[in-house]
Design a protein around this ligand. Structure first.
Ligand code: CTP
Length: 154
């Protein structure tokens, strides 16, 4: 029986549980999972500001036991070439892209998977920004209150 290859594309910045669940589900759809990760330059083209540089994002994803190969995503146009080169059977991506890649159906199967709820890199960046804007004194005070409360329970 021939082996099934899956390909997916994304930035995978500030790697989170939504990314992990998606990649795990993708790996179960076939035998080989190829992940194309957007380079820093391509993210600039997309208007996305990344926190973690490409080399590190690629290293993190490549180290997952269910990811077989990582390739760079350098532009919008490379997908057909990648599908042919990697012998891809299924192109799959989160459903925030629903319909966007239907034009690839003449080359392979196209699947949109449901996203994990309530988490995204954008949300993490916002939380970080809120967190950083908390005045230092408030954080120190909060820890002092915790210490007092802890003593009450001793
Ligand atoms: N993804 C997912 N569930 C989430 C977040 C992302 O399944 N909660 C999927 C996306 O649909 C995509 C892949 O993970 O197929 C990579 O998405 P990426 O855009 O890198 O992550 P986001 O967290 O969506 O980042 P951003 O907020 O910058 O768009």
């Amino acid at each position: 029986m021939s082996k099934k290859t899956i390909i997916t594309y994304g930035t995978f910045d500030m790697f989170h549980i939504g990314h992990l669940k998606l990649l795990k589900r993708l790996s179960k759809m076939g035998d080989k999972l190829v992940v194309a990760i957007s380079t820093d330059k391509f993210n600039e083209v997309k208007g996305k500001k990344v926190m973690i540089p490409y080399k590190q994002r690629a290293k993190i994803v490549k180290s997952l036991k269910f990811v077989d190969k990582v390739i760079p995503e350098k532009n919008w146009e490379q997908k057909v070439k990648d599908i042919k080169k990697q012998n891809v059977d299924i192109f799959a991506i989160g459903d925030d892209w629903k319909g966007e890649f239907d034009f690839l159906k003449e080359h392979c199967e196209v699947v949109y998977l449901e996203r994990t709820k309530d988490i995204s890199t954008t949300q993490l960046k916002k939380s970080l920004s809120n967190f950083m804007s908390i005045p230092k004194e408030d954080i120190i005070n909060a820890f002092e209150v915790i210490e007092v409360l802890k003593k009450d329970f001793e």
